[in-house]
Design a binder for this molecule. Sequence first.
Ligand SMILES: [Zn+2]
Length: 170
Amino acid sequence: MYDYEKTCEKFLEVNCKITDTKEEYDKRNKGIRFPKCNYIASCGHQHIVFINVFFSRKTGSICPSCKSKENAIKKKEEMKDDKLKHLKLELGDKKIQEKVGCIDKVKNVNVFCLWKNNGKINGKLNPKSYDIGDNDYYWLNADDKQLFYVIPEQILIEKGFVGYSGNKIN
Ligand SMILES: [Zn+2]
């Protein structure tokens, strides 16, 4: 049998608070092989757990529904990583130009500057557009890292973002 005070202490070590009173705890678990207790998990949700399971697995400090949400997010990220690896493999020997965008907070859109450095004029940077054939693909990473775009050069030529002279932001 797990002593009430000691169990409370051990739960508190992982930010979980037993909500049973000593009486409730003792009454429920008297003579029982696998005692249980009610507690508020570190995520703030009420849950009931077998105490031996709580101690043996480290997962109990978060309630099951928060745990499964956490797992779902992890899974999604793994899938995204897999897709990314696959895509990079597929693009293998292609010339890829990576660009990180920034967010225009007024319009709430991602902005990418498709410029390359064209030396300096009078000490000032002189950016110019990429020339046709510079790259096969443009890999645009959104600033928030949630999104990216892989755009074939041809599309950017058609849209006028690659292979023109002068500056243009989009
Ligand atoms: Zn929870």
